[in-house]
Design a protein around this ligand. Structure first.
Ligand code: PLP
Length: 497
């Protein structure tokens, strides 16, 4: 299996190269040249395996230049004994009959990013030993909150790697900030920036593609790679849990083999839902992929009109990991839906960076409409949904998951579609204690600090706070810097000194 770039189809690299480099040199994203297929018999067979067994098989179809032994070591290192607090790694929770919540936050940082970022360092270490031996890998991350911590935790003290995380100073929750600024490890750095997530992401992308910067790193025997969801090594682990969710639905008799399911995904950078699309194209029977957004509803508008327009107000919401106006992974979908038309994708992406917008053609729009549905939900709707879901279904959602639940409720009301549905749940509610507490008990958080709220939420709901969050209480931050976006490159070189 070779990989090509969304902006230059003549490029062909191995999966190891795609993962080691993160992004293609002309700015395109790596995608596999074809999508491997699995049959219903395969899926039924996979349903008898545990998560690790399923992961090894699915990953081996994409990472064909990794040996079976290498993949075994990677997958066991990521999802083996003690890494995730659920034996099933990504368990299903029945919300109501026919609606399953796919809990993707049982990993070390309580966010779904762990699903990919526990595996990525292992993949990257193997990949770079194949494609760039002797180089030290420098990971730069722009984060809207969860990626940063999950990447730091995944890469901490991994040999031959350094990691530096940039986050928007006012764009992450206090718990997220504390998780990052107290990070341990000898190869890690964390810096806030004055700006929003898109500023952080564009800054990182600029440093990545700057030839002079690359040359300076080369002199030091280093090279950049990316732990953002533009890296194929971030995306491919996510395909596994959609296949696995279908297997688990079979196992609990929620569906029969061959039945279609809908998938609802709270979306930001479009990585998670793109993984669902790959699973569908591999052969997992799926009817609609429902893209849920918060008040930053650029994707809702896009999927309903075919016009992408980031020139709009940016809102800081209570679901900060979805406060994004440029959804990078959409580029991969556009490449696939335009039958790998790299020239078209280049035009659209040039127009996006020059004018902030583009419109897809009719053929691509028709495919988008057939595959996707979309909806959005503001902060008020999110909190109303948290309260309702807790009251009616005794289930406490975080703010991101609640956006998806709310959008799915709207979808069902409008369409009457009763297809069994999986809703991706992307964070533990204690990562966003204030917003969740305000939803279940309005006014209670007044005057409380973060850890009072954790206690309050426990008293109100009876839900336990995961120890890795509760134990942050009283820890002193290690990283307190905040820079302007123009100074990000300087911060990188200061860290690499
Ligand atoms: C990253 C994140 C999302 C958005 O996922 P994308 O793959 O960027 O679309 C949603 N919820 C949470 C909690 C996240 O951390």
């Amino acid at each position: 299996m070779l990989y090509t770039s969304t902006r230059d189809k003549s490029i062909k690299v191995s999966s190891a190269e795609a993962i080691a480099h993160g992004i293609s040199k002309e700015g395109g994203l790596f995608v596999p040249e074809s999508i491997p297929q699995i049959s219903m018999d395969d899926i039924v067979r996979l349903s008898k395996l545990d998560y690790i067994g399923r992961a090894k098989e699915i990953l081996s179809l994409y990472l064909t230049d990794f040996s079976a032994e290498e993949l075994d070591a990677c997958v066991n290192g990521a999802y083996g004994e003690g890494k995730f607090s659920s034996e099933k790694v990504s368990p299903l929770h029945t919300l109501t009959e026919g609606t399953e919540i796919l809990e993707l936050w049982k990993g070390p940082t309580c966010a779904f990013k762990d699903m990919a970022l526990q595996l990525l360092p292992h993949l990257l270490t193997v990949a770079s030993s194949k494609s760039a031996p002797d180089k030290e890998i420098v990971i730069l991350v722009a984060t809207s909150g969860d990626t940063g911590k999950a990447a730091l935790e995944g890469f901490k003290d991994v040999k031959n790697t350094r990691i530096l995380v940039f986050y928007p100073n006012d764009g992450v929750s206090p718990m997220q900030k504390l998780q990052m600024t107290t990070q341990e490890g000898s190869n890690v750095g964390v810096c806030a920036i004055e700006g929003n997530f898109d500023d952080a992401q564009s800054g990182v992308k600029k440093i990545f593609t700057d030839k002079a910067v690359a040359a300076k790193l080369e002199e030091k025997g280093m090279m950049f790679s990316s732990a953002n969801s533009i890296n194929w090594g971030r995306l491919v682990p996510q395909i596994v849990y959609y296949v696995s969710a279908y297997c688990d639905m079979l196992e609990k008799d929620a569906i029969n083999a061959g039945d279609e399911i809908n998938v609802v995904v709270p979306t930001g950078n479009f990585g998670n839902i793109l993984a669902a699309y790959y699973a569908k194209e591999m052969g997992v029977p799926m009817k609609k992929l429902i893209c849920a957004s918060n008040a930053n509803n650029v994707l809702t508008d896009f999927l309903k009109t075919g016009n992408y327009n980031r020139v709009r107000d940016f809102y800081t919401t209570i679901s900060p990991s979805m406060d994004i106006l440029i959804s990078s992974n959409l580029e991969r979908l556009l490449f696939l839906l335009s039958d790998m038309d790299d020239a078209l994708v280049r035009d659209w992406m040039n127009s996006l960076s020059a004018e902030g917008k583009y419109s897809v053609n009719e053929a691509v729009f028709a495919k988008l409409t057939a595959l996707f549905d979309a909806g959005c939900c503001d902060d008020e709707g999110t909190q109303a949904c948290i309260a309702k879901t807790f009251k009616e279904n005794s289930y406490l959602c975080d703010t991101h998951t609640a956006v998806a639940v709310s959008v799915y409720d709207d979808y069902k009301a409008v369409t009457g579609d009763a297809t069994p549905t999986v809703i991706a749940s992307t964070a533990n509610p204690y990562k966003f204690s204030k917003a969740v507490l305000d939803a279940v008990h309005p006014g209670m958080s007044e005057g409380m600090d973060e850890f009072d709220m954790v206690l309050g939420l426990k008293v109100e709901t009876g839900e336990e706070c995961p120890p890795q969050l509760a134990n942050l209480k009283g820890k002193t931050p290690r990283f307190t810097g905040c820079c302007k976006k123009e100074d990000m490159e300087q911060v990188v070189f200061d860290m690499l000194k």
